[in-house]
Design a protein around this ligand. Sequence first.
Ligand SMILES: C[S@@+](CC[C@H](N)C(=O)[O-])C[C@H]1O[C@@H](n2cnc3c(N)ncnc32)[C@H](O)[C@@H]1O
Length: 274
Amino acid sequence: MAMRLLISLSLSERVLKDYKDSRGAFKRTAAKRFEDFDDSAAVAITKRFSANKPLRIADTGVSDGRTALDFFDRLKDAYPAISYAASDYGSRVTCVRKGSLQVCADNSGAVAEIVWKKFVLKQFGFIGFLFYPINFFLYLLLKPIAKRLLQNGTDRREILLFFGAALQTAQNDRRFTLGEHNILEPFDAQFHIVRAMNPLNTSYFTTEQFGAILRHIHNALLPNGLLITGSNQDAGSVVNGGIYQKTAQGFAEVWRSGEGSPITDLIGAFAQDS
Ligand SMILES: C[S@@+](CC[C@H](N)C(=O)[O-])C[C@H]1O[C@@H](n2cnc3c(N)ncnc32)[C@H](O)[C@@H]1O
């Protein structure tokens, strides 16, 4: 049974809006989310990396790719030999349809969304039950049927959760790629810069997991490479983050924004051999 790869923008946008992956991480994003922070990051890059040499960047946890595209667009003219690998974990969902029922599953195979006639149904908490009791009970009723459809349905589509302009750029400009990478796993290459905007939040990972993530980032960075990381809320809000330079043993902070990264203490204390 061959899977068709379809890019359905309206569906991907809807799935993304409230989408939480199986571990509870949000994919919420916004264009121009950290313009001032990106300005400062670009200045730090131009001070350290020469324009006529290759510049390899890994941008992780990019959700649908719009903040990665913002940063690529900012750098691509100054660095003609840039290679920009944007990635996220769980960036595709599988949707199966039968008649008026459609079910979409996240990358772990769990039900992410059920659409039946005009009802769009997701996992409802207590608040959902209070405000949408009909949807709540419909979801409970349809979930076992949806699970069977996911297993046995034949009208299947794979939906990429990257947005149109990022997909187009990846198609037209070989310097920009979109892929899947779990930051709990090692990177498969080395980079001058690893960027992680909004995935390094304390609600997503344990201290031990942050240890592994920082080790993977440290290993992936070339000598004196930069970790650019920060977290914020809506577009334009203060970014708590910074720029950290790889040292032989760990990371040295070279610039701070707002209160610094939510895991600034872990980054500062990280030692490669520990
Ligand atoms: C709030 S979004 C941030 C998206 C974008 N970077 C931005 O700032 O707008 C957090 C992202 O981290 C990603 N993420 C969570 N766990 C991850 C993991 N283990 N590996 C890679 N990405 C992860 C989520 O899939 C999500 O897209």
